[in-house]
Design a protein around this ligand. Structure first.
Ligand code: GUN
Length: 273
């Protein structure tokens, strides 16, 4: 069993990004918008800012109160779209309930959409055109699979979870690399039988779901989940101690997908259109 060391690869990717930024004629500038005071979102946003500073990307956090209207947020985004000194825009999710997330996302210019969430970038990926940006988490996972030379072409890949942030773009990216992809969700029948077919299993559910004897022998298991267990310890979707002995490869939590997501986002933020 080999550990997919996301922490180690993220350091290499960030080093590459830093060198890439040094060669650019214009310093990239990432603007992160945080609406309201969700504690977890604030931590994520600060981590993104710190990572950007480390690789020489300018970053600005725009903090807006919980009471911000949808119109106000859209107008902030439109100003950033028009600002030539801003190369990347990220609106931290979740947004307060009175704001339509989809309207917000579709207002971001696709060429500044470092999350790869806009309909144009999602659509480009789906029809086989190059998007301006790939979503950070699936892109980071592909980097991790490639680093460890895990074959994707022709592999049976099973994804648990169908979110717009991970499950759906992950499926598109694996399809693009000629994997056979199954997406499982809360309505899926006989999920365990499907999990057993996976050469590559990607779990992005946010609950302890992958347990002992569920995975195929020597398969590659990627754990996207990150949450705290009853004892307050950071953990993932996979019961690591019981599942890992039968895996060929497995990503740990923490130290797997998490650091790769940040590195992948910084790679995106270093792109200037
Ligand atoms: N909230 C949780 N994950 C993400 C992400 O990848 N991007 C944004 N903008 N918000 C998030």
């Amino acid at each position: 069993m080999i550990i997919l060391d996301g922490k180690a690869l993220s350091i290499k990717v960030l080093e590459d990004v830093k060198n890439r930024v040094l060669k650019l004629s214009k310093q990239p500038h990432l603007v992160v918008i945080l609406v309201g005071d969700d504690a977890a979102s604030r931590i994520y946003v600060n981590n993104k800012k710190k990572a950007a500073e480390k690789v020489g990307i300018k970053s600005t956090i725009i903090e807006l109160p919980e009471s911000t209207t949808e119109d106000k947020l859209l107008s902030v985004i439109n100003d950033l779209n028009a600002d030539n000194n801003v190369t990347g825009i990220l609106v931290q999710l979740p947004l307060p309930a009175h704001i339509d997330k989809n309207k917000v996302i579709e207002t971001i210019s696709p060429k500044k959409d470092v999350d790869g969430f806009t309909p144009e970038n999602v659509g480009r990926l789906a029809i086989g055109l190059e998007p301006y940006f790939y979503p950070a988490t699936p892109q980071g996972i592909i980097m991790l699979l490639d680093e460890y030379k895990i074959p994707i072409e022709g592999a049976d890949a099973v994804i648990l979870g169908r979110s717009n942030i991970v499950g759906k773009p992950m499926a598109q990216m694996l399809l693009k690399r000629n994997a056979t992809v199954t997406i499982c969700h809360s309505y899926t029948k006989e999920m365990e039988a499907k999990i057993k077919t996976a050469d590559i299993l990607i779990s992005a559910v946010g609950k302890k779901i992958v347990r002992c004897k569920m995975v195929r022998n020597n398969s590659c298991v990627v754990d996207v989940g990150i949450f705290r267990d009853a004892n307050g310890k950071l953990t993932g979707d996979v019961d690591f101690d019981f599942v890992s002995p039968s895996c060929g490869y497995i990503s740990p939590v923490p130290g797997g997908v998490g650091p790769m997501t940040i590195a992948s986002l910084m790679y995106n933020a270093s792109k200037v259109y």
